[in-house]
Design a protein around this ligand. Structure first.
Ligand code: DLZ
Length: 165
């Protein structure tokens, strides 16, 4: 399915783990905040809906998506945090910046996830324009924040399944 056809808020919810004792951090880029606030809200509400406790969800803001990697790394280093969700929006085509930012953040988040041995989720929209961003921030294509939170939940569950006996 192409991403244009996918609704980001529709996912399989079979066999989800109990996350009532899991801690999550959500790192939010302030650039394009009219969109990132909606993504944050989607992620936050999805974690609550599937069993996370409000006191177990922390939020930290960073200025732009480029800083998501370091912000997420700081949270991921904390023993008590089980998963980190990085939220940002980089509009393609506005400046050359987007190539550098998108690649750096995607690579950075992959690296810190592996270094810290815990899920660090890429909740970053990379649309061609603002309309596509709106469509994926609670619009016709659902909410990327919902999908990022569900990914965090599933990865936390998989880690426990593999390592906790
Ligand atoms: C500079 C910049 C540009 C041009 N575009 C975006 C964007 O679309 N989305 C985003 O999250 N951040 C953008 N930034 C800011 C950078 O991520 C970073 O915060 C600055 O380059 C630091 O000076």
């Amino acid at each position: 399915m192409s991403s244009a056809d996918k609704n980001l808020s529709v996912f399989s919810t079979n066999d989800l783990p109990d996350i009532s004792n899991k801690k999550f951090a959500i790192v939010v880029a302030e650039w394009n905040d009219e969109i990132t606030e909606k993504l944050f809200e989607g992620a936050y509400q999805t974690l609550l809906q599937y069993g996370a406790l409000a006191q177990n969800i922390e939020r930290g803001n960073v200025p732009g998506s480029f800083e998501l990697t370091l912000g997420a790394h700081w949270y991921a280093q904390r023993e008590d945090i089980d998963a980190v969700i990085a939220i940002g929006v980089v509009i393609q085509g506005e400046t050359k910046h987007n190539d550098y930012i998108n690649h750096a953040v995607a690579q950075g988040i992959t690296n810190i996830s592996i270094q810290n041995n815990k899920p660090v989720i890429f909740g970053v929209l990379t649309p061609n324009n603002m309309e596509q961003a709106i469509d994926r921030a609670g619009g016709v294509h659902g909410n990327k924040g919902d999908e990022a939170a569900m990914t965090a939940i599933k990865m936390v569950g998989l880690k426990d399944k593999i390592f906790v006996r």
